[in-house]
Design a protein around this ligand. Structure first.
Ligand SMILES: NC(=O)c1ccc[n+]([C@@H]2O[C@H](COP(=O)([O-])OP(=O)(O)OC[C@H]3O[C@@H](n4cnc5c(N)ncnc54)[C@H](O)[C@@H]3O)[C@@H](O)[C@H]2O)c1
Length: 238
Protein backbone atom coordinates (compact mmCIF):
# COMPACT_ATOMS: atom_id res chain seq x y z
CA UNK A 1 0.00 0.00 0.00
CA UNK A 2 1.32 3.49 -0.87
CA UNK A 3 0.62 5.94 1.94
CA UNK A 4 0.63 9.75 2.00
CA UNK A 5 1.16 11.04 5.55
CA UNK A 6 -0.52 14.34 6.32
CA UNK A 7 0.95 15.63 9.59
CA UNK A 8 4.43 14.43 10.53
CA UNK A 9 4.30 14.96 14.29
CA UNK A 10 4.28 12.34 17.06
CA UNK A 11 1.56 10.22 15.45
CA UNK A 12 2.73 10.67 11.84
CA UNK A 13 6.24 9.52 12.75
CA UNK A 14 5.03 6.48 14.70
CA UNK A 15 2.65 5.55 11.87
CA UNK A 16 5.55 5.74 9.40
CA UNK A 17 7.58 3.20 11.42
CA UNK A 18 4.68 0.75 11.76
CA UNK A 19 3.60 1.11 8.12
CA UNK A 20 7.12 0.29 6.91
CA UNK A 21 7.32 -2.70 9.31
CA UNK A 22 4.08 -3.96 7.72
CA UNK A 23 5.52 -3.71 4.20
CA UNK A 24 3.88 -0.44 3.10
CA UNK A 25 5.67 2.55 1.61
CA UNK A 26 5.37 6.22 2.51
CA UNK A 27 5.29 8.01 -0.83
CA UNK A 28 4.61 11.51 0.46
CA UNK A 29 4.79 13.50 3.73
CA UNK A 30 2.90 16.74 4.10
CA UNK A 31 3.53 18.83 7.20
CA UNK A 32 2.57 22.41 7.94
CA UNK A 33 4.93 24.08 5.46
CA UNK A 34 4.48 21.60 2.62
CA UNK A 35 0.79 21.97 1.84
CA UNK A 36 1.49 22.54 -1.90
CA UNK A 37 2.58 18.87 -1.95
CA UNK A 38 -1.10 17.92 -2.41
CA UNK A 39 -0.51 18.68 -6.12
CA UNK A 40 2.68 16.62 -6.39
CA UNK A 41 3.03 13.40 -8.44
CA UNK A 42 3.97 11.65 -5.14
CA UNK A 43 0.59 12.48 -3.58
CA UNK A 44 -1.17 11.40 -6.79
CA UNK A 45 0.53 8.01 -6.45
CA UNK A 46 -0.80 7.31 -2.90
CA UNK A 47 -3.49 4.68 -2.31
CA UNK A 48 -4.56 6.33 0.96
CA UNK A 49 -3.83 9.45 3.04
CA UNK A 50 -3.38 9.15 6.81
CA UNK A 51 -4.10 12.46 8.51
CA UNK A 52 -3.04 13.37 12.08
CA UNK A 53 -2.66 17.15 12.27
CA UNK A 54 -4.62 19.71 14.28
CA UNK A 55 -8.31 20.56 14.79
CA UNK A 56 -8.26 23.82 12.78
CA UNK A 57 -6.69 22.34 9.64
CA UNK A 58 -8.03 18.79 9.47
CA UNK A 59 -11.29 19.51 7.61
CA UNK A 60 -9.45 21.54 4.92
CA UNK A 61 -7.06 18.62 4.45
CA UNK A 62 -9.98 16.17 4.05
CA UNK A 63 -11.46 18.34 1.29
CA UNK A 64 -8.10 18.50 -0.50
CA UNK A 65 -7.92 14.69 -0.40
CA UNK A 66 -11.52 14.31 -1.63
CA UNK A 67 -10.86 16.73 -4.53
CA UNK A 68 -8.12 14.29 -5.57
CA UNK A 69 -10.27 11.19 -4.82
CA UNK A 70 -7.94 9.87 -2.11
CA UNK A 71 -9.35 7.74 0.71
CA UNK A 72 -8.62 9.38 4.08
CA UNK A 73 -7.89 7.82 7.48
CA UNK A 74 -7.90 10.50 10.15
CA UNK A 75 -7.48 10.60 13.90
CA UNK A 76 -7.32 14.34 14.40
CA UNK A 77 -9.71 15.40 17.14
CA UNK A 78 -11.74 18.59 17.58
CA UNK A 79 -13.25 19.08 14.08
CA UNK A 80 -16.57 17.27 14.59
CA UNK A 81 -18.72 20.30 13.70
CA UNK A 82 -17.97 19.19 10.09
CA UNK A 83 -18.89 15.54 10.69
CA UNK A 84 -22.29 15.70 8.95
CA UNK A 85 -20.70 17.28 5.89
CA UNK A 86 -17.99 14.60 5.72
CA UNK A 87 -20.57 11.83 6.17
CA UNK A 88 -22.73 13.25 3.37
CA UNK A 89 -19.74 13.45 1.01
CA UNK A 90 -19.21 9.71 1.67
CA UNK A 91 -22.90 8.72 1.63
CA UNK A 92 -23.18 8.18 -2.12
CA UNK A 93 -20.06 6.01 -2.06
CA UNK A 94 -17.97 8.54 -3.97
CA UNK A 95 -15.47 9.16 -1.13
CA UNK A 96 -13.88 7.01 1.56
CA UNK A 97 -13.25 8.35 5.06
CA UNK A 98 -12.25 6.36 8.16
CA UNK A 99 -12.52 8.14 11.49
CA UNK A 100 -11.86 7.07 15.08
CA UNK A 101 -11.36 9.30 18.08
CA UNK A 102 -9.21 6.45 19.45
CA UNK A 103 -7.54 3.96 17.10
CA UNK A 104 -6.29 1.59 19.83
CA UNK A 105 -7.70 -1.91 19.26
CA UNK A 106 -7.60 -2.54 23.01
CA UNK A 107 -9.61 0.59 23.78
CA UNK A 108 -12.20 -0.33 21.15
CA UNK A 109 -12.50 -3.85 22.58
CA UNK A 110 -12.85 -2.22 26.01
CA UNK A 111 -15.63 0.05 24.65
CA UNK A 112 -17.53 -3.06 23.53
CA UNK A 113 -16.97 -4.84 26.87
CA UNK A 114 -18.21 -1.69 28.64
CA UNK A 115 -21.42 -1.62 26.56
CA UNK A 116 -22.11 -5.31 27.20
CA UNK A 117 -21.41 -5.02 30.93
CA UNK A 118 -23.78 -2.01 31.14
CA UNK A 119 -26.51 -4.07 29.40
CA UNK A 120 -26.10 -6.79 32.05
CA UNK A 121 -25.91 -4.36 34.98
CA UNK A 122 -29.03 -2.49 33.81
CA UNK A 123 -31.13 -5.11 35.67
CA UNK A 124 -29.20 -4.75 38.95
CA UNK A 125 -30.10 -1.40 40.45
CA UNK A 126 -28.24 -2.10 43.70
CA UNK A 127 -24.95 -1.40 41.88
CA UNK A 128 -23.63 2.12 41.49
CA UNK A 129 -21.36 2.79 38.51
CA UNK A 130 -18.42 5.15 38.14
CA UNK A 131 -15.40 5.73 35.93
CA UNK A 132 -11.85 6.56 36.97
CA UNK A 133 -9.21 7.74 34.49
CA UNK A 134 -5.52 8.49 35.03
CA UNK A 135 -3.28 10.28 32.50
CA UNK A 136 0.10 12.06 32.41
CA UNK A 137 0.38 15.59 33.79
CA UNK A 138 0.72 17.14 30.28
CA UNK A 139 -2.86 16.27 29.35
CA UNK A 140 -4.84 19.51 29.43
CA UNK A 141 -8.42 18.22 29.15
CA UNK A 142 -10.32 16.36 31.88
CA UNK A 143 -12.13 14.05 31.73
CA UNK A 144 -10.48 12.30 28.78
CA UNK A 145 -12.41 11.87 25.53
CA UNK A 146 -12.15 8.11 26.09
CA UNK A 147 -13.79 8.44 29.55
CA UNK A 148 -16.62 10.47 27.99
CA UNK A 149 -17.11 7.78 25.30
CA UNK A 150 -17.21 5.12 28.07
CA UNK A 151 -19.83 7.14 29.96
CA UNK A 152 -21.86 7.44 26.76
CA UNK A 153 -21.59 3.65 26.26
CA UNK A 154 -23.01 3.15 29.78
CA UNK A 155 -25.85 5.68 29.32
CA UNK A 156 -26.87 4.11 25.99
CA UNK A 157 -27.35 0.76 27.75
CA UNK A 158 -28.48 1.63 31.28
CA UNK A 159 -31.88 3.18 32.02
CA UNK A 160 -30.82 4.74 35.35
CA UNK A 161 -27.97 6.86 33.87
CA UNK A 162 -28.28 9.87 31.65
CA UNK A 163 -25.08 11.88 31.15
CA UNK A 164 -21.89 12.24 33.21
CA UNK A 165 -20.44 14.50 35.90
CA UNK A 166 -16.84 15.25 36.79
CA UNK A 167 -16.02 14.48 40.45
CA UNK A 168 -16.43 15.92 43.01
CA UNK A 169 -19.78 16.85 41.43
CA UNK A 170 -22.37 14.07 41.85
CA UNK A 171 -25.79 13.41 40.34
CA UNK A 172 -27.76 10.22 40.93
CA UNK A 173 -28.73 9.88 37.26
CA UNK A 174 -25.21 10.61 35.92
CA UNK A 175 -22.04 8.51 35.65
CA UNK A 176 -19.43 10.13 37.87
CA UNK A 177 -15.95 10.39 36.32
CA UNK A 178 -12.89 10.96 38.50
CA UNK A 179 -9.80 12.20 36.61
CA UNK A 180 -6.27 11.84 38.03
CA UNK A 181 -3.15 13.45 36.50
CA UNK A 182 0.09 11.67 37.50
CA UNK A 183 3.64 11.52 36.09
CA UNK A 184 3.90 10.15 32.54
CA UNK A 185 0.99 7.64 32.68
CA UNK A 186 -0.12 7.00 29.02
CA UNK A 187 -3.74 6.31 30.05
CA UNK A 188 -5.70 4.08 32.46
CA UNK A 189 -9.52 3.77 32.43
CA UNK A 190 -11.48 1.78 35.01
CA UNK A 191 -15.24 1.13 35.17
CA UNK A 192 -16.40 0.22 38.69
CA UNK A 193 -19.77 -1.29 39.61
CA UNK A 194 -20.14 -1.37 43.38
CA UNK A 195 -22.89 -2.65 45.69
CA UNK A 196 -22.92 -2.86 49.50
CA UNK A 197 -21.51 -6.39 49.17
CA UNK A 198 -19.04 -6.44 46.29
CA UNK A 199 -17.20 -4.67 43.51
CA UNK A 200 -16.90 -5.53 39.82
CA UNK A 201 -14.32 -3.58 37.85
CA UNK A 202 -12.78 -3.65 34.37
CA UNK A 203 -9.63 -1.73 33.43
CA UNK A 204 -7.85 -0.78 30.24
CA UNK A 205 -4.27 0.35 30.66
CA UNK A 206 -2.31 1.74 27.68
CA UNK A 207 1.43 1.07 27.57
CA UNK A 208 2.33 3.63 24.86
CA UNK A 209 0.97 5.56 21.86
CA UNK A 210 2.13 2.77 19.55
CA UNK A 211 -1.27 1.03 19.83
CA UNK A 212 -2.95 4.16 18.39
CA UNK A 213 -0.61 4.29 15.39
CA UNK A 214 -0.93 0.54 14.80
CA UNK A 215 -4.74 0.82 14.70
CA UNK A 216 -4.51 3.69 12.19
CA UNK A 217 -2.33 1.58 9.87
CA UNK A 218 -4.81 -1.33 10.15
CA UNK A 219 -7.61 1.14 9.34
CA UNK A 220 -5.72 2.30 6.22
CA UNK A 221 -5.41 -1.35 5.13
CA UNK A 222 -9.16 -1.76 5.78
CA UNK A 223 -10.07 1.15 3.48
CA UNK A 224 -8.55 -0.61 0.45
CA UNK A 225 -11.39 -1.61 -1.88
CA UNK A 226 -14.04 0.01 0.35
CA UNK A 227 -16.11 3.17 -0.05
CA UNK A 228 -18.09 5.36 2.32
CA UNK A 229 -17.78 6.45 5.96
CA UNK A 230 -15.94 3.78 7.99
CA UNK A 231 -15.39 3.35 11.74
CA UNK A 232 -13.67 0.96 14.14
CA UNK A 233 -16.89 -1.01 14.64
CA UNK A 234 -16.92 -1.78 10.89
CA UNK A 235 -13.32 -2.98 11.02
CA UNK A 236 -13.63 -5.00 14.24
CA UNK A 237 -17.08 -6.47 13.37
CA UNK A 238 -18.46 -6.64 16.92
N1 LIG B 1 -7.60 9.19 17.13
C1 LIG B 1 -6.53 8.80 17.82
O1 LIG B 1 -6.39 7.60 18.15
C2 LIG B 1 -5.47 9.82 18.19
C3 LIG B 1 -4.29 9.43 18.81
C4 LIG B 1 -3.32 10.40 19.06
C5 LIG B 1 -3.54 11.72 18.69
N2 LIG B 1 -4.72 12.06 18.10
C6 LIG B 1 -4.96 13.42 17.60
O2 LIG B 1 -4.22 13.55 16.38
C7 LIG B 1 -3.76 14.89 16.22
C8 LIG B 1 -2.25 14.90 16.06
O3 LIG B 1 -1.64 14.34 17.18
P1 LIG B 1 -0.03 14.31 17.34
O4 LIG B 1 0.21 13.77 18.69
O5 LIG B 1 0.62 13.68 16.16
O6 LIG B 1 0.26 15.90 17.33
P2 LIG B 1 1.61 16.64 16.95
O7 LIG B 1 1.43 18.04 17.40
O8 LIG B 1 2.80 15.87 17.43
O9 LIG B 1 1.64 16.60 15.34
C9 LIG B 1 0.78 17.33 14.51
C10 LIG B 1 1.55 17.64 13.21
O10 LIG B 1 0.65 18.23 12.27
C11 LIG B 1 1.38 19.26 11.60
N3 LIG B 1 0.46 20.19 10.96
C12 LIG B 1 -0.16 21.29 11.49
N4 LIG B 1 -0.89 21.90 10.55
C13 LIG B 1 -0.75 21.19 9.41
C14 LIG B 1 -1.28 21.32 8.09
N5 LIG B 1 -2.10 22.33 7.75
N6 LIG B 1 -0.96 20.39 7.17
C15 LIG B 1 -0.12 19.38 7.48
N7 LIG B 1 0.42 19.21 8.71
C16 LIG B 1 0.10 20.11 9.66
C17 LIG B 1 2.24 19.88 12.70
O11 LIG B 1 3.31 20.64 12.15
C18 LIG B 1 2.71 18.63 13.45
O12 LIG B 1 3.90 18.11 12.88
C19 LIG B 1 -4.31 15.64 17.44
O13 LIG B 1 -5.56 16.20 17.10
C20 LIG B 1 -4.50 14.54 18.48
O14 LIG B 1 -5.50 14.86 19.44
C21 LIG B 1 -5.68 11.15 17.85
Amino acid sequence: MKIALIGYGKMGQTIEKIAIERGHSIVCKIDINQTDTFDSPQFAEADVAIEFTAPTVAYGNYLKCFERNKPVVSGTTGWLEHLDDIRSRCADGSQTFFYASNYSLGVNIFFELNRRLAQIMNRFGEYGVEIEETHHIHKLDAPSGTAISLAQGICDNMDRKNGWTLAPEERADAVRITAFREGEVPGIHTIRYESADDLISITHSAKSRRALAYGAVLAAEFTMGRKGFLQMKDMLSF
